[in-house]
Structures are given as C-alpha cells and as structure tokens.
Design a protein around this ligand. Sequence first.
Ligand code: GCU
Length: 430
Amino acid sequence: MKQVLFLICIMFSTVLWAAEKVAPVNYDEAKVPQFVLPDPLVMSDGRKADSAKMWLEQRRPELLKLFEENMYGKPTLGGINMKAELFESAPVFDGKAIRYQLQLVFFKGEKPLQDDPKTDFLIYTPAKKNSNEKSPIFLGLNFMGNHTINTDPEIRIAKIIWDRGNGKQVPGKEEERGKQSRRWPLETIIAHGFAVGTVYYGEIEPDFNGGMKHGVRRLIYQDGRKLQPNEGNAITTWAWGLGKMLDAVTEFQDKLNIDPKKACVIGHSRLGKTALWAGAIDSRFAVVVSNNSGCGGAALSRREFGETVHRINTAFPHWFCDNFKKYNLDVNSLPIDQHEFVALIAPRPVYIAGASEDLWADPKGEFLSGFYADPVYRLLGTDGFGNVTEMPPVNQSVGNRIGYHRREGKHDILEFDWLQFLKFAQKQIE
Ligand code: GCU
C-alpha cells in the first residue's frame, strides 16, 4: 500500500513538474501559433463601442479593470503621501540647462518618519531667456542610479544600489558615474527644448522577488497584510512612482519652469512596460513612449515569440499580479491582449520602439499592438497609425498619433531612439 502511494506521489509530482516546464523559446515566424485577438471595441457582453462616448464611458473602464484584475494588478498605494524638497540646483552644459535635485519622501499619516522611503529626483531643464515659457518634460525611471545617467559630478550618488540578481544591496559608487549616459542623451534632449527628469527605480522598489519589503510598498504591507492575487506588484509600484514624479513637477512647476500638462512618460524594457502602464492609469501623461518593452509591454502575448507569459512569470514572479500566472499555460484564455493595452492610452499619443536584434522582445509583436490599437484611435477622432499597413524597414519612423520604429541593433535605448521620440513629442504636443 505504502509503495503504491509513493508511486502515485511520484507520478503526480512528475505531472506537475511537466506542466510547469517552460516551452523552448520560439524565434521562428513560421511557428507562431494561430490565434484570434480580442476586438478592443467589443464589450464583454458582445456590444460594440461605436462612439467615442461609449469607448470612454463603458469599454475603456471595462478594459482597464480587466488589465488590473488579470495582469498588472490594482493600485494599492493611494493612501501614501509625499513630501518633495528641492535640495540643489545649478546651471550646467555651458549655461544651456539648469540641473535641479529634489528629494521625495513617501510616508503614511501626518508627516514623514526618519526611515520612511525616499528617493532623489534629478531634473535638467533648458535655460530659457523668456522665463514665462515653460518646457515640456520627459519623465522616466533609470536602472542603476541617477549618478549613472551622466558624468555631471554634482549628481548625488545613490546611497544604495540593489543587485537585481541576488537582492543584495551595495553603496552607489563614484566610478559608476555616467555609465549609462548612452541611454540619456541629456544635451540632445535639452537642445530640442525638453526638460528631462529621472529617479532610480530601485528607490521606488528594488527589483527582485521579495523587493516589496524594501521599497515604498513596505508602508502598505508592513503590518503583515498579504498581497492579494489581484493587487499591483512591482510594475504597478514603479508606475505609481512615475505619477509621483509628475506630482512633484506639478508642485514645483513655477520654480522649475516646466509645464506639467506636457509631460511625456518614457521607459526602456521592463521600464517600457511600466511607462505604458503609467500612461494607461494616469491620463495626466500627455505622451507615452515605450522602448523595447516586449512581453507584458507592447508585444502581443498570443504570438508567443521570444519571451512568453509563462517565461516572464517564472523569471520575474514579482512584476505582475499573481492572477496573471493563471494564464502561463493558456495564453489564449487571457481576456485581453497588448493592442488593448496600447488602446487604453488613446486618444493620447503613444510611441512604440523596437530593435531589429531584440527578438526576445518580439519587434513584430510590438508593431502589431500599435497596428491593432489603431481602430480605437480612429474612433476617438485621431489619425492613429496613419497609413501604416506593414512593418517599416529598420530605422524608419512611421505613424501619426501612434508612432513606431525598429532601430537596427540590440536591446537598448540610444540617441537614435530619443531623436525619434523628441520629434514625435514635438509634433504631438506643441
Ligand atoms: C529581461 C526580461 C524582459 C525585460 C528585460 C529588461 O530580458 O525578460 O521582459 O524587458 O529583462 O528589462 O531589460
């Protein structure tokens, strides 16, 4: 009897193990499965949104809820307060720009406590002759600390940098200064008349499974409250952080000469997924830019090309809400796909960028999300993806209210990408 039980246990665990085994990565277009995409305009009860009013009042709220429940999770940080203080500013780049550094402190209740989570918010604005003229701004999180985005010696070095591989913390170091500057072409951004502001994402929440204990979310879950399967995880927390950056810009708009109504949210890769979600949940963002955002970003989940839902949930269980894991082995039962994610931003301008060698992020799937979001943009009276019908050649920027390019090369965000974003934003918001 004992032996039979033992055998049954072995068989059962083998079945479980086999079920959890992640399928090999597919990079072959011919092996992309057949799938039917949900129609963004069709409501769960079968009615079709046939007017802007119906989209905005009925279908969009329904879709947003579906994305919250099944993928990114509901926001939980509504009760957190923020105190913003400007602690440094000076002219830079031969007087062409001004650097500002603010500290943001996050707290519950009346006033911050000593150990409450805090972050440095670094901003560069164009130095304007006419001080009444406010600049538009790009807001984005960075991966390695503010001091890594430029060699500017006055950027305060991040106190703690989190190793996202093992969850260990190390102090930020002088020798890392400017290491990521290829991703932040500040002088080009300034020359185009835009300000730019950034925060180290690890100061909002460190990026590893268990990181929520060390970031802003500790204020919510410190009393032992458990994360619910439909509650926001790291991506939703970072997206919340982007909204807080916009709150600070709004508070300091006169001092900084920035127009918070012209805020463009931007992000690369996992932070590109985050930028799209921030744009979806916070309509104050006038322009949304996602770069190489891939699976869980702009790429269609149902294509299962490169990274898949199963893989992302396995490698990064802390990014999406726990309900998303239900779809690991049956992506077709997801009630949504990523073209509808893009459509949540409509009618506001959105730009999707991919890279030709970044197959892991499925550049074609990223393109198709823009393409299939187009009917929603049209319904809302914009020219959507313009006359785009197929993937453009590399390095060619296309579209209208929805913009797209596929840079030649690897997974990265480079000056070429920024130049397209700047042109797009200039056209869309000026
Ligand atoms: C991994 C991950 C991607 C993510 C990327 C990044 O490759 O699988 O989903 O976009 O990291 O953030 O650099």
